[in-house]
Write a new protein. Structure first.
Length: 166
């Protein structure tokens, strides 16, 4: 969700995938221009190609892992980038890298950035008045419930755990 908010603020056309029509509609309210329910459209890589008129996506945020990586590579545009930001379905991945070579595309592992990037991000957030979507707040004593709620994968946006105070 946060990536969608950033991309929308930057004027980027955003294609969002989810297994939940409710989450997709909520994503539209936050700036998604195209929506794909990957349960209803198992060949979602083809849907991305159709939406982009065969050009592919220039930036892909890959969170799935072994179950989604091959399709993400089939969606990437020439000179595009797949940003690996999560691995929900496991690490046993053996992708065919030839399509990336043919397209001169990239894979970038995403972790925390530099202080300069953090300060740039915060200026961008302030300038565009971006507020993270928070699904639910938990107290520190409810931390185990927060992790259980996250494991259910029904949340939309961030989960917050209050550590102390107000």
């Amino acid at each position: 969700m946060f990536a969608l908010q950033f991309a929308h603020a930057a004027g980027v056309r955003c294609i969002v995938l989810s297994s939940s029509d409710d989450k997709l509609e909520r994503a539209r309210q936050h700036g998604a221009s195209d929506l794909i329910n990957y349960r209803n459209t198992p060949d979602w890589h083809q849907a991305v190609q159709e939406i982009t008129r065969g050009e592919g996506a220039t930036h892909i945020l890959e969170v799935g892992g072994q179950d989604t990586y091959e399709r993400s590579m089939q969606c990437i545009a020439p000179n595009g980038t797949i940003a690996q930001i999560g691995v929900l379905t496991g690490f046993d991945l053996r992708p065919n890298l030839l399509p990336l070579s043919r397209l001169n595309a990239n894979i970038a592992g995403i972790q925390a950035g530099s202080r300069e990037y953090f300060e740039d991000m915060n200026r961008f957030i302030e300038r565009h008045r971006i507020t993270p979507v928070v699904d639910r707040e938990f107290t520190f004593d409810e931390a185990l419930q927060a992790f259980a709620h996250m494991a259910e994968q029904r949340h939309f946006g961030k989960l917050a755990i209050k550590v102390a105070g107000g």
